[in-house]
Design a protein around this ligand. Structure first.
Ligand SMILES: NC(=O)c1ccc[n+]([C@@H]2O[C@H](COP(=O)([O-])OP(=O)(O)OC[C@H]3O[C@@H](n4cnc5c(N)ncnc54)[C@H](OP(=O)(O)O)[C@@H]3O)[C@@H](O)[C@H]2O)c1
Ligand SMILES: [Zn+2]
Ligand SMILES: [Zn+2]
Length: 368
């Protein structure tokens, strides 16, 4: 990954006017999240200003707040995380065509990209050759410095990076779809998961629990691998057909050579080799968790069976809308625990202890 740094605004570019919004930020890798006031640009011709109603709490927020990715994408402080944003449009620029005041609107992990590279032209903006502009900690080409995310009263985003939320979905429970949802939907779709295939989901957290719902909705035989014995009943309720304690070698071994696809959502260094052993010939271990440390690989595990390891990040704007529409049709949302923004530090502590059922969502009305 190329290093992302705040870019200075060119001298000649006039800075847009700004207004202020309340937000919560980390001021350093070790500080707690605390209240702050941030500038937002007033909507430019193609911009949509969204009053944020709900914002999901992704483990990536915690990685960035703690500067876990110092070697690849260092955090610029203050850091206002949050990229699972659902809200209502309150202002639009005069060239906006897709949104009107009062519409529901959502924003995920990206707010812009170069729009010209091969990936952007193919609708895969998340793989933009110039790096997509992340919703937070990305270079803000309008105001300079870095972008600020959804732990905030409002956000201003080019309409090309704003999504429509199906009206039938519970809004708070839909917020996590904007990251956890698309991150699990995209690799399962790309692997063409269908009825009869055996799919594993490693880690029953925010990503994992939505991954279970999608894999089950696509008709797969779903097995959850967990380190938390107390999550078994929930895994079954969420749609898993079987639950394996990943710390128990005998339980793991029973599934050797049987999986078409295994989606690994674990956020820390762990041993992936036992999962490669569980794949069928030509099976794939898809990594979406983002441990900061390298993962040791036993190459022979891949050679015998022509197996694959793949990785992916989120999804493009077109696919994110497709995922939201799928969720609208099939009534897929996250299982959420609502918090006020004042509880964000306790929520981070609980995420670090795998104690999440199964996504914290901040009710932004709490940010007064
Ligand atoms: N690729 C992408 O585009 C993308 C997008 C979003 C997030 N991410 C990354 O995906 C990861 C997961 O995010 P999340 O929000 O789902 O996190 P989360 O809610 O904290 O869930 C992670 C789960 O992983 C399992 N786990 C934790 N520590 C483990 C360990 N030492 N060994 C084995 N399993 C462990 C736990 O499940 P059990 O209790 O069931 O074991 C935990 O609940 C993070 O690294 C995040 O940055 C990547
Ligand atoms: Zn995320
Ligand atoms: Zn691009």
């Amino acid at each position: 990954m190329s290093a992302l740094r705040a870019v200075p605004i060119p001298e000649e570019a006039p800075k847009p006017q700004t207004y202020t919004a309340k937000a919560y930020a980390a001021q350093s890798p070790t500080s707690s999240m605390a209240a702050i006031t941030i500038p937002r640009r007033t909507p430019q011709p193609k911009d949509v200003q969204i009053e944020i109603l709900y914002c999901g709490v992704c483990h990536t927020d915690l990685h960035f707040a703690h500067n876990d990715f110092a070697n690849s994408i260092p955090t610029t402080y203050p850091c206002v995380p949050g990229h699972e944003i659902v809200g209502r449009v309150v202002k639009t620029g005069n060239a906006v065509t897709k949104f009107r005041n009062g519409d529901l609107a959502a924003v995920g992990c990206m707010v812009d990209s170069d729009r010209t590279c091969e990936s952007c032209r193919e609708g895969e903006e998340q793989y933009c050759a110039s790096m997509p502009v992340l919703t937070y900690n990305g270079p803000d080409k309008h105001l300079g410095g870095v972008t600020y995310g959804g732990y905030s009263q409002s956000v201003v985003v080019d309409e090309d990076f704003v999504l429509h939320v199906p009206k039938n979905l519970n809004l708070a429970a839909a917020a996590p779809l904007l990251c956890a949802g698309i991150t699990t939907y995209a690799p399962l779709r790309r692997a063409k998961i269908r009825a009869g295939q055996k799919v594993g989901i490693v880690g029953l957290g925010g990503l994992g629990h939505i991954g279970v719902k999608f894999a089950a909705a696509f008709g797969a035989n779903v097995v959850v691998f967990t380190t938390s014995a107390n999550k078994t009943a929930d895994a079954i309720r969420l749609g898993a057909h079987e639950v394996v304690n990943s710390k128990n070698d005998a339980e793991m071994q029973k599934h050797a050579g049987t999986f078409h696809f295994i989606l690994d959502t674990v956020p820390v260094q762990h041993n992936i080799n036992p999962y490669i052993n569980l794949l069928k010939r030509d099976g794939t271990l898809g990594l979406v968790g983002a441990p900061a440390e390298p993962l040791p690989l036993e190459v022979f595990g891949l050679l015998f069976g022509r197996k694959h390891i793949s990785g992916s990040i989120i999804g493009g704007i077109r696919e994110t809308q497709e995922m939201l529409d799928f969720c609208g049709e099939h009534n897929v949302t996250a299982d959420v625990e609502m918090i006020g923004i004042q509880q964000i530090n306790q929520a981070y502590d609980r995420l670090l202890k795998n104690d999440v059922k199964y996504r914290f969502v901040i009710d932004m009305a709490s940010l007064k």
